[in-house]
Design a protein around this ligand. Structure first.
Ligand SMILES: [Fe+2]
Ligand SMILES: [Fe+2]
Length: 391
């Protein structure tokens, strides 16, 4: 779900210096060059080489990490309440034919009949969304990179660790349900999809959150809303194509994402209350580097630009667009009342101005890009047996 945003937009912004706030301890540089892509592909059978940039780690100073320890009880009362008890949760089986029932084969046939009415481009977006969900081990890993909130043992009783494990457990149903539905639909090349998932989990992700829970929770607030929007749109499109069961599946997943967004954005709201200056600078920092989508390193063993191609289809169908990106930013700026913050430092005020002015700028550029946009080429997607899909 990438966005065709003008990179110059971000480069030309004058961002406040973060040096007073963030003190990187370690800096690692990737050594891969994009020019050696095909050669590297042969040498690296597990994951394709991707972007080159500096990875900063542990940027949050120790005294700020203490904030999260002091918020343990607050998180217990305010964040864990957004988890649903397992007994009250839906399960994938609730939306799938029961393999032990006599009607199983008939129900599968019905799914396959409905699936015939749905075009390939829709499947490309649904498969991309499913693959994104299936790379869940990466997202749990990402949350456990965050200083002050990580699950130190794998079964830690802290509120933060309980949240992360239970959040993962709730999320695990999303990929599971979509995967089983797509398998039964008979419309997609499961082997190619499974390979893409294996590559993606092997590649990981690089959200640029620097072990910093401020950055991490801003990222997850944004991402949960992005997935809420995209699953909501695939639900709407499934309905338009006459598949109400699939619409229900996408809709029920979107509802989970919304609940998760509420929890993560509440954490960031609390950070704004405790440390407005530090939080607004992190928000600006995160937006300056752009919110990379969780599956940005996606690869199927064939298409070096698979993620860009998938994103282009999602953009064209209106499943997830550059306008959605700007809308999410605008929503979060309003949700966190960033424009109303007072008593900020000079750098804090610059970050505030940057963040508050960014969504309108993205929208203006996007409108211009849309006006200039030409129809993209048709390219084969291995997920739908190399049938060509319009970008
Ligand atoms: Fe999800
Ligand atoms: Fe999610």
């Amino acid at each position: 779900m990438s966005l065709k945003l003008n990179p110059f937009l971000f480069q030309s912004q004058h961002l406040p210096s973060m040096t007073t706030f963030r003190s990187p301890k370690f800096i690692m540089a990737s050594t891969l060059s994009s020019g050696s892509k095909s050669v590297e592909n042969l040498k690296k059978p597990f994951a394709p080489p991707k972007e080159v940039h500096v990875q900063v780690t542990h940027s949050l100073p120790p005294q700020k990490i203490e904030i999260f320890k002091s918020l343990e009880d607050w998180a217990l009362d305010n964040i864990l309440v957004h988890l649903k008890p397992v007994e009250k949760c839906w399960q994938p089986q609730d939306f799938l034919p029961d393999p032990s029932s006599d009607g199983f084969e008939e129900q599968v046939r019905e799914i396959r009949e409905r699936a015939k009415e749905i075009p390939d481009d829709y499947y490309v977006t649904l498969v991309g969304d499913m693959i994104t969900e299936e790379a869940l081990p990466t997202y749990q890993t990402m949350l456990n990179t965050l200083d002050g909130v990580r699950d130190e043992t794998g079964a830690s009783p802290t509120s933060w660790a309980v949240w992360t494990r239970a959040w993962t457990a709730e999320e695990n149903r999303h990929g599971d349900l979509l995967n089983k539905y797509l398998y039964l639909s008979g419309r997609v090349d499961m082997r190619q999809i499974e390979k893409t998932i294996q590559y993606l989990i092997g590649s990981g992700m690089d959200p640029g959150t620097e072990n910093n829970p401020y950055l991490g929770f801003i990222y997850t607030s944004f991402q949960e809303r992005a997935t809420f929007i995209s699953h909501g749109n695939t639900a709407r499109h499934a309905k338009d194509h006459g598949d109400l069961k699939l619409a229900q599946i996408c809709g029920i997943i979107a509802a989970d994402e919304k609940r998760h967004e509420t929890a993560y954005s509440k954490i960031v709201e609390k950070l704004f209350e405790i440390d407005p200056d530090g939080t607004v600078m992190c928000f600006a920092d995160m937006m300056k580097r752009k919110i990379s989508m969780p599956a940005h390193l996606m690869y199927d063993g064939r298409d070096d630009n698979l993620f860009e191609h998938f994103s282009a289809v999602a953009q064209r169908l209106g499943v997830y667009t550059a306008k959605d990106y700007a809308d999410i930013l605008e929503f979060l700026v309003g949700r966190w009342k960033v424009g109303d913050l007072t008593g900020l430092s000079g750098d804090g005020r610059k970050a505030q101005d940057f963040v508050c002015g960014l969504a309108p700028r993205i929208k203006k550029l996007e409108e211009r890009a849309q006006a200039r946009a030409k129809q993209g080429p048709r390219i084969p997607f291995s997920w739908v047996y190399d049938r060509e899909v319009q970008l």
